[in-house]
Design a protein around this ligand. Structure first.
Ligand code: SF4
Ligand SMILES: [Zn+2]
Length: 134
């Protein structure tokens, strides 16, 4: 059954009410960590939990994956995101593209995404614009 709310999976979290330190051990406490991982292993919302946490949660065990492994996965995730942004939007790599990202962000009430080709194009545009004024 598909759920309506993106966060409904939390209702079925097997870790509900369990000690936080099992999932967020203060040191590399392997005993605490494996208690958390054991709970995750039997959790029915493991996949939702992992997918939610990948972009948003820097710390702790989520979805049956410990912090160290998630850090590696997060690096790859953000790398892919950046690569997609750099080629997948309208007029990318130009001042127009840069302004487009800003408008999109303003419309959605979020921070504009950082797109390197657009940022470079925008900086160049400003340099050229300043030069014209002289
Ligand atoms: S996968 Fe682990 S951290 Fe995520 S909800 Fe289930 S028990 Fe909690
Ligand atoms: Zn761009």
């Amino acid at each position: 059954m598909s759920k309506n709310n993106d966060y409904d999976w939390r209702d079925d979290a097997a870790c509900k009410g369990l000690p936080t330190e099992w999932f967020f051990p203060e040191t590399k406490d392997h005993e605490m960590q494996s208690r958390g991982l054991d709970v995750c292993a039997g959790c029915s919302v493991k996949k939702d939990c992992y997918e939610y946490a990948l972009p948003y949660e820097e710390f702790g065990t989520w979805g049956g994956v410990n912090q160290g492994k998630r850090l590696k996965a997060r690096r790859v995730y953000f790398k892919i995101q950046r690569a997609e942004r750099s080629v997948n939007h309208w007029d990318c790599g130009s001042e127009k593209g840069y302004q487009y990202l800003r408008r999109q962000a303003a419309k959605n009430g979020v921070t504009p995404i950082q797109c390197n080709p657009c940022r470079l194009a925008h900086n160049l545009y400003n340099v050229e614009y300043d030069a014209l004024k002289k």
